[in-house]
Write a protein that binds this ligand. Structure first.
Ligand SMILES: Cc1cc2nc3c(=O)[nH]c(=O)nc-3n(C[C@H](O)[C@H](O)[C@H](O)COP(=O)(O)OP(=O)(O)OC[C@H]3O[C@@H](n4cnc5c(N)ncnc54)[C@H](O)[C@@H]3O)c2cc1C
Length: 727
């Protein structure tokens, strides 16, 4: 429902915010400057903002809409007028024209009788199974590994002889923390559905996750701080009873503490060290945070305020990497950009798409209060006691006892059975490694939820993917991640010297980030505990990853995480890895590398890129890929019978919520093609509207684009090229 009214309202509100921001930040120069991005420029470039379809209560939305317009907003019966058209030669003129939507084949109205094949039993695959079960649609889940859960992977250490039961004998190798904000709404809806809640429910218990605490340590350029220094400052201030200034000081009181500035022998121009920036919600930022705020905040602000407008504008900047944006648009000197990246992210992370940085930043610092849904304030972060596998176990359990989720079934090919007579229905087939079925099972639809990297190894040659889809599968970029969990004899980080209960310390040394557990923190410090001794991304992870032996992620019969023999010797390369980590721990926390080695009971090192079931940590696109290739994996192939799910096929990479968004879309696509009115009604009632497409017409267009890709291509022999009006 785009109207100029919405556009004017949005613009008006944004301008009010702009005015406030200008007053607060005169030094940042939000004025028309052809070289600098300004709020005005951002807004001027905005096209047609559309009101976001409200997610809750879409049932009543449907009733209102159907009564008023005779249209079901989630499942429009009519083909959209903006349906893709293919250039064809018109008989009358012999000149290129357009194939009319009316000429395209109508969708057959058949129910779903054969099961839906779901490839992959991660969050997306299990969620699709739950949704289909609710709708009464048969399904089969095929999982290559011996474990369900995918990138939700909780590693449990074996107990030592005589070791007491502990709530801390594990770590999450994959997903571990969940911010309760607008972008993760689907995750929290799922928690609620499965009764996983704070204080404990039948499905599990959420406990607060501490993203950072005041005593976390930073170690950069060989200089340690500020936590230890602060403790000292804090004690003096406490003594002088002026402690209320500590909070303010803790932001950036140390000037150039890490000696990054030119005057202290670094490379960062001194006038950049102590910049300040005031966010629209009034928070004041200092130093690197201020520079990042000035660069990222306008886009985040718009996304929170008007997702459609914000997204359109973001896409106009999608052709740049974060580094290019900071250099070319913000005009920060290269040394400043390097300094920002070192402190803010993994090494070379700023070479990923600017778009990814903005989306990722929304996770960690969602601008609450801008969207009229709550006051500015802290976002609560949570983790699940017992590890995130509690979630996937609850999902599996909710499916009931049945044989339809099968592990050790690696899908090697998917194909379309073309009807041989007009009455025959199109069905799909799936080939599983080592299982030659005498009478192959016919599936109504196939949904792939496996990482695109793994899908490249599945033969899709009989699925009629278009050119762009094939390119997307090959090219869309995955980031990586490495985590090393070490089980120590004592929870030394909780002891007298450190008092760390959650949060993380950061360094420019190889380990980059140390994560202290947020769970089990009430346990005594002199009993064993598990520390994520390093969590790296990007080039840091590739380098550490080369020292890690490839591992199967689960080969036990009980579908629980595997545990290794605690008495084993590390392989030579993992021994080198551990030595690096011990040295870093010693530099960060004190003691010697030998002390940490002596304290070690067991360890588990995991490299997400060099793993056969993921072949990458998570999608993290290159510049330009969102506005180009991403579109092609969010539309179906095989005339609408093959669907692409999983976190990569969402706009929400590297988060469980992205996998859940994709699950919604895939089930919606199946229903839009073959669902009965009753099933559509049930779906609408329980799962609401899309959280990705703010406008169902856009979603429908994308879906039809996939369905008719084949016919449109065939119509003029034009492989993959067809056009939207106005394109
Ligand atoms: C290091 C790391 C940290 C993360 N941290 C967080 C976090 O804190 N919070 C958060 O919300 N998210 C986090 N995520 C992201 C989150 O884990 C993922 O987005 C989500 O789990 C992906 O689910 P999925 O179903 O899309 O894919 P997956 O979980 O990868 O599931 C795909 C499944 O397909 C299977 N498979 C592969 N090939 C085949 C084949 N040929 N045939 C059959 N099956 C196959 C795989 O074995 C796998 O089980 C993190 C991810 C990583 C890697």
């Amino acid at each position: 429902m785009p109207t100029s009214f919405h556009s004017k309202v949005a613009q008006h509100i944004v301008e009010l915010e702009l005015e406030k921001l200008r007053k607060r930040n005169p030094s940042l120069g939000y004025h028309q400057d052809k070289d600098k991005v300004s709020w005005e420029m951002l807004i001027d470039r905005g096209a047609h903002p559309r009101k976001r379809v409200p997610v809750p209560d879409s049932e009543s939305l449907a009733q209102v809409s159907q009564a008023a317009h005779g249209v079901d907003p989630l499942f429009p019966d009519e083909l959209p007028s903006s349906l893709p058209r293919s250039p064809v030669t018109t008989p009358e003129t012999g000149l290129p024209g357009h194939k009319s939507p009316a000429d395209l084949p109508r969708l057959p109205e058949v129910g779903i009788t054969e099961p839906v094949a779901i490839i992959g039993a991660g969050v997306a695959g299990l969620r699709i199974a739950m949704m289909l079960k609710h709708l009464g649609i048969p399904y089969r889940v095929m999982e290559a590994s011996e474990r369900y859960g995918g990138r939700v992977f909780t590693y449990h250490f074996k107990k030592q002889d005589g070791e007491a039961e502990s709530t801390q004998n594990y770590f999450d190798v994959g997903a571990m923390r969940f911010p309760d904000n607008a972008v993760n709404a689907r995750t929290f809806e799922l928690f609620e559905e499965l009764d996983i809640k704070a204080g404990g429910g039948t499905g599990g218990k959420l406990v607060p996750y501490h993203l950072g605490t005041d005593d976390n340590i930073m170690l950069f350029n060989g200089r340690r701080g500020p936590a230890a220094f602060f403790e000292w400052v804090f004690n003096i201030l406490l003594f002088l009873d002026i402690k209320k200034t500590v909070g303010e000081m803790s932001k950036n009181p140390l000037e150039d503490h890490f000696h990054d500035g030119v005057r202290n022998g670094g490379t960062v121009p001194d006038d950049y060290i102590n910049r300040t920036y005031v966010k629209p919600n009034g928070d004041k930022l200092y130093g690197i945070d201020a520079l990042l705020g000035a660069a990222w905040e306008p886009y985040k602000f718009l996304l929170a305020k008007d997702y459609k407008l914000g997204w359109e504008i973001l896409m106009q900047h999608d052709s740049r990497s974060s580094r290019a944006h900071l250099l070319d648009i913000m005009r920060y000197p290269p040394e400043v950009v390097q300094w920002m990246e070192t402190r803010d992210s993994g090494t070379n992370a700023y070479d990923d798409a600017f778009t990814e940085s903005i989306i990722d930043s929304l996770e960690f610092d969602y601008p609450t209060g801008y969207d009229g849904q709550g006051e500015p304030g802290e976002v609560n972060w949570w983790c699940i006691e017992g590890g995130t596998e509690v979630l996937t176990k609850a999902m599996y359990k909710s499916l009931g006892i049945q044989p339809f989720v099968q592990t050790s079934q690696r899908v090697t090919a998917v194909y379309k059975n073309k009807p041989t007579t007009p009455d025959e229905k199109t069905t799909m087939g799936v080939i599983i490694q080592g299982l030659a079925e005498l009478v192959p099972t016919k599936y109504s639809h196939v949904v792939s939820t496996i990482p695109l990297s793994c899908l490249r190894g599945v033969d899709l040659s009989r699925c009629e993917l278009d050119y762009a889809q094939k390119t997307a599968l090959r090219s869309l970029k995955y980031g990586t991640g490495v985590k090393v969990g070490i089980k120590f004899k004592t929870r030394w980080w909780q002891g007298q010297n450190f008092k760390k209960q959650g949060g993380s310390s950061k360094t420019d040394r190889q380990s980059r980030v140390v994560v202290y557990p947020s769970y089990g923190v009430d346990g005594p410090a002199d009993t064993p505990g598990v520390l994520i001794a390093t969590y790296t991304w990007n080039q840091d992870a590739f380098r550490f990853g080369s020292l890690i032996d490839p591992k199967d992620w689960g080969n036990s019969d009980d579908l629980h995480s595997a545990s290794l023999d605690p008495n084993r010797q590390p392989s030579p390369s993992e021994a080198i890895l551990l030595q690096h980590i011990y040295e870093d721990l010693a530099e960060i926390h004190g003691e010697t590398a030998g002390w940490y080695r002596e304290q070690t009971l067991d360890y588990y090192a995991y490299d997400w890129y060099h793993n056969q079931y993921s072949m990458g940590g998570y999608a993290f696109f290159n510049a330009g890929q969102f506005s180009d290739l991403y579109l092609h994996i969010t539309k179906p192939a095989s005339d609408g019978y093959l669907h692409f799910g999983g976190e990569a096929a969402s706009s929400h990479h590297a988060w469980v919520a992205g996998a859940l968004d994709s699950a919604w879309r895939c089930v919606w696509e199946i229903l839009a093609k073959d669902g009965t009115p009753e099933q559509k009604k049930k779906f609408r009632k329980k799962y609401g509207a899309s959280k990705e497409f703010d406008n169902i017409e856009t979603a429908a267009l994308q879906y039809y684009r996939g369905i008719y890709a084949n016919s449109l291509e065939k119509a003029d022999g034009n492989h993959g090229l067809f056009h939207f009006p106005g394109e």
